[in-house]
Design a protein around this ligand. Structure first.
Ligand SMILES: Cc1ncc(COP(=O)(O)O)c(C=O)c1O
Length: 495
């Protein structure tokens, strides 16, 4: 009965079955929604009120009333004697919200680093903590929070970070923020406010930090690394007075700064009256020994320390922390206040409960076991499928650096093979601000988010597409001169 031949008036049936007193409104509302959403396109002819009433099993008066109401609102048009149509005043189809979350293209296996295993998120324990918090929270707890964060969370985090990471943590100097990203933004503005116009960054380093500092008005000065951490001579030469670092597990090279380099870095900061920003993004995960303590513990007035739950729990929680040297606290807190008036109170209360109740430690232990196994699986699979591969960096975090023997290169050829295999890999060269001219095949491979079976599948797919074990275009190179897997070629584990 619909003129288009495709419209089914069944879409109005649920409204027609509404309780008698609500039926009229329900019918109007269903018709309005159908026009708005585009299910009833402009120009569609509606059945006569008698036909529709019969079809829906409602009184004709209800249909007439609905037609009149929607005509008055502009959704329908009618002309005496020639029926009722859908008008064209309504926007065709309510726009659906687009999802711009940074997800990769569909792949069979995605080795890009940075994400923990989100399926391990402790939903039950988190839910229990949420119920506890809601039951206990006084009404006043729903008011604007202290822009630094809820006192109970700052206290809980200070204790946690002191215990786990060896920081010097005064809760009065701790600011709860939306991850390391916001910590960088807060510091960027505070440093800019003090007259700084550029900041040193590790090269290679995290691609995410630069734009945050730039948004605060700071330029970036790349500072190269050597086997022990930031190279000191270029740092002195650079003239910067603040530098962003990841000493516990440099991202992405995976080295831990040597004890000597940590001391040298602090000496540099004192000599230029400067600041070291310490990004402790994955310091909780170390598989071969206890994690190295944070640099901040050595000089809390020269180091701003930041971390988040993005690697330990889930990046979508957007929860992190920043420990600020005493003389920077006011500027940072004022910026936090003007940015967002403080972090959401319920989320903070929940994390405080989760940390205090031991849930955070339990979750980390569980992840630590799973990730160690995955790292071992990846290293073994690379050794079998790409003999001669060297794995560098300390046994920590969520990714490794793998140097494949040159016979699998050059990079463009391997990248094409990976594309054909449907496997996404990230090149170390993509993290460099200044190209170093090294033609070596160095991959940054994330493993924590992949089940062991996916890791094996991904390496297998890559090996097949690049000709498998011992292959390499018949060069006869069997990997002589390459470091064996896990031997720590360029390991930099000088901590
Ligand atoms: C080096 C580094 N630091 C920090 C983070 C975490 O940022 P956030 O805490 O804002 O999620 C990441 C995430 O990928 C990272 O790679």
């Amino acid at each position: 009965m619909a003129p288009s031949g495709t419209t089914s008036w069944e879409l109005l049936l649920p409204a027609a079955r509404a309780p008698a007193r609500q039926r009229g409104r329900a019918l109007q509302s269903a018709l309005r929604d159908a026009v708005r959403s585009g299910r009833l396109a402009a120009g569609t002819r509606l059945p006569s009120s008698r036909e529709l009433a019969l079809d829906l099993g409602v009184s004709r008066g209800l249909v007439t009333e609905a037609y009149e109401q929607l005509t008055a609102e502009g959704y329908l048009r009618s002309a005496r004697g020639s029926g009722t149509w859908v008008g064209d005043a309504a926007r065709a189809g309510a726009p659906a919200a687009r999802d711009l979350a940074p997800r990769g293209p569909g792949a069979r296996v995605d080795f890009r680093p940075g994400t923990p295993d989100l399926s391990l998120f402790p939903r039950a324990a988190w839910g229990a903590a949420q119920r506890t918090v809601l039951a206990r929270l006084p009404h006043s707890g729903l008011g604007y929070p202290d822009p630094r964060g809820l006192p109970e969370l700052r206290t809980a985090l200070a204790a946690l970070l002191t215990r786990r990471r060896g920081v010097v943590a005064d809760p009065e100097q701790l600011v709860v923020c939306s991850g390391v990203a916001q910590a960088m933004t807060l510091l960027g503005f505070a440093l800019h406010g003090r007259g700084l116009r550029t900041l040193g960054v590790e090269d290679p380093g995290s691609p995410g930090h630069g734009p945050l500092f730039q948004a605060a008005g700071l330029g970036m000065t790349p500072v190269p690394l050597d086997g022990e951490g930031l190279a000191m001579e270029p740092l002195y030469r650079s003239g910067v007075r603040a530098v962003s670092t990841s000493p516990a597990h440099q991202f992405p090279t995976g080295i831990a700064y040597s004890a000597r380099r940590r001391v040298e870095l602090l000496e540099w900061a004192r000599s230029v009256d400067g600041l070291i920003v310490e990004d402790d993004y994955d310091g909780d995960f170390r598989y071969d020994r206890a994690p190295v303590g944070a640099l901040q513990g050595l000089d809390p007035e020269r180091v701003a320390y930041t971390g988040s739950v993005s690697k330990s729990l889930a990046p979508g929680l957007r929860l992190g922390w920043l420990l600020v040297p005493r003389d920077l606290v006011d500027e940072v807190v004022e910026r936090k206040r003007t940015l967002d008036m403080g972090h959401p109170a319920l989320d903070q209360a929940l994390l405080a409960e989760f940390v205090r109740g031991g849930g955070y430690d339990r979750h980390l232990r569980r992840c630590q076991r799973a990730y160690r196994e995955r790292r071992d699986t990846l290293v073994r699979a690379l050794a079998e499928s790409f003999p001669g591969t060297g794995v560098s960096g300390i046994a920590a975090g969520l990714h490794i650096i793998a140097r494949l023997p040159d016979r699998y290169g050059p990079e463009a050829r391997f990248a094409a093979a990976a594309r054909r295999a449907g496997v996404i890999v990230r090149w170390l060269s993509a993290h460099r601000l200044v190209p170093d001219g090294d033609p070596g095949l160095r991959l940054v491979l994330g493993y924590a988010h992949l089940a062991p079976s996916e890791i094996l599948r991904g390496v297998g797919l890559l090996a097949r597409e690049t000709d498998g074990p011992g292959a390499g275009g018949g060069t006869g190179d069997s990997g002589a001169g390459q470091a064996p897997p896990g031997s720590g070629e360029g390991r930099g584990d000088a901590s």
